[in-house]
Design a protein around this ligand. Structure first.
Ligand code: ATP
Ligand code: MG
Length: 180
């Protein structure tokens, strides 16, 4: 599955609407210290449902909204969209291109969109389960995560292997069915 586009608007240091187009293959983000490289990685984890402000290097969720600079006033909303190529149908929806969007306002109001239609975080989690994407997915390996895998308990390591094997969706559905 190919990540085609990242759009940031009001997210952290990206005060203006910024579009990052990715071609197939390897993409490397380079730039001086403090230029916003890690903010791009934070944006990807955020739109995929990251709920912990600390793991996004803030203290509250509002910290992801552009807070102003010497020359710019703060903005009221942060929005990030990720567009994925779904030509091969890896994601179980009838779209050839899938765009997921997350927004948060200073009021605390926040929402998720799937191809511009409102949806729940749970819908996105279900969509991305077994693809390696998603907040705890294996596609995003943060600093320190490699050590974590090596030193994790067998049950935790099993969860990673299950995700890679593509059976998490069925496990979750089974759990839901048993509950009912
Ligand atoms: P390094 O090479 O040191 O890892 P980096 O390119 O990864 O740097 P980031 O950590 O992505 O840099 O960006 C840090 C910058 O983002 C800081 O200048 C910080 O002030 C700015 N920043 C973070 N959150 C906000 C916010 N809410 N509003 C405005 N600026 C922000
Ligand atoms: Mg960094």
């Amino acid at each position: 599955m190919v990540l085609k586009r990242i759009e940031l608007n009001g997210f952290k240091s990206f005060a203006d609407k910024t579009e990052i187009l990715l071609s197939p293959g390897l993409t490397v983000v380079v730039g001086p210290n403090g230029s916003g490289k890690s903010n791009v990685a934070d944006a990807i984890r955020w739109v995929l449902g990251e709920q912990s402000p600390r793991s996004l290097r803030g203290s509250k969720m509002e910290d992801v909204i552009f807070a102003g600079s010497d020359r710019r006033k703060p903005v009221g909303m942060a929005e990030v969209s990720l567009t994925l190529d779904n030509e091969k149908g890896m994601l179980p929806v009838d779209y050839r291109e899938v765009t997921v969007t997350r927004r948060v306002f200073r009021s605390g109001e926040s929402d998720y969109l799937l191809n511009r239609s409102p949806c729940r975080l749970r819908d996105l989690q279900e969509l991305f389960s077994d693809t390696g994407l998603g907040r705890e997915g294996i596609s995003i390996i943060g600093q320190g995560r490699v050590d974590e895998v090596l030193s994790s308990r067998p049950e935790e390591r099993r969860a990673l292997i299950e995700e890679a094997a593509g059976i998490v969706r069925y496990r979750n559905r089974k759990r839901e069915a048993v509950k009912k």
